[in-house]
Design a protein around this ligand. Sequence first.
Ligand code: CP3
Length: 327
Amino acid sequence: MRQAGRSLPGYREVRKRASLFEICRSPQLAAEVTLEPVELLGVDAAILFSDIVLPLAAIGVGVEIVPGVGPVIDSPIRDARDLERLRPFEPAQDAPYLADAVRLLVSQLDVPLIGFAGGPFTLASYLIEGGPSKTHARTRALMYGEPLLWRRLLDRLADIALASLRAQALAGASALQLFESWAGVLDPGSYRTFVLPAARRIFDGLADLGVPRVHFGVGTGELLESMAVAGADVVGVDWRVPMDAARARLGRGVAVQGNLDPAACLAPWDVVRERVLAVLAQAGPTGHVFNLGHGVLPETNPDTLRRIVELVHGHRGGERAEPPVRS
Ligand code: CP3
């Protein structure tokens, strides 16, 4: 997740010449920055370079990604009339570069490519707040106060996510991830009432593709039991929940992804190493996709990420294959 971001030199160079959306809309540039972490860090999968708000831009929603801030919406959604601006997303017409980038990458990669979309709650929060928010208060107020409007909004956003994810899988993506990043602001009952039906609709709508489906959110400790029934094959957890506790909450039949604290990557190597090994030990030897608990921080040294990948690769089935650290 944001593995190709601002910590990497090649990406920074490309960003001097092109805006984020320009990169997303150019299959060549998107492919170039998607490949960089695979080549530089040795990760086992690539994540398509795009953004969760790209389909919104592609259907004509006025959205800008402001560096250091995040997505900012021209004219936020406040009432039923505003919903009309959210027409269905038709990837082949609205964003042909998406499938083109996937096809180009699949022809170049020797690791799987992960496609992704924004979760309906997370996209709704940007659309309603008009940009990033700490509290998501307007979003929750609309959700509680206008449940019918909320329902219609989430259904539309679920259809947009589903169309985007299906298009990426049909173009060759090997796994699909739904980034429901900000759903962790909800209590479990509200999540089940107001978000789970839309999430289920997305995962059910992908089931026939036979592609692994990943569901991720930040601060979702209290939601894991509910997220487990949304239908994903893998649930991503952040660093706040120990992996063994996450497994217990998710139950059998769901793999876990995560959950090294991205801030731990800024610590001295010995500390990083201990924390990586702790994540591996807590998650157990199978059914675990090692990852950070959230996106790479821009100030991260790529060499630390490379060493983490190497350490995880050396650690098979609970064995510590890495030589002891020198002191
Ligand atoms: O590995 C990758 O970089 C893949 C591409 C990717 C981006 N965004 C590009 C990007 C992915 C997978 C995303 C997902 C995304 N975008 C999420 C879900 C994952 C998560 O982090 O929770 C969310 C919530 C967004 C919305 C968004 N876009 C935010 C919050 C920001 C950060 C704004 C900032 O500058 O702090 C963005 C911008 C963005 N999207 C960057 C990248 C690499 C930052 C770099 C830049 O502006 O060039």
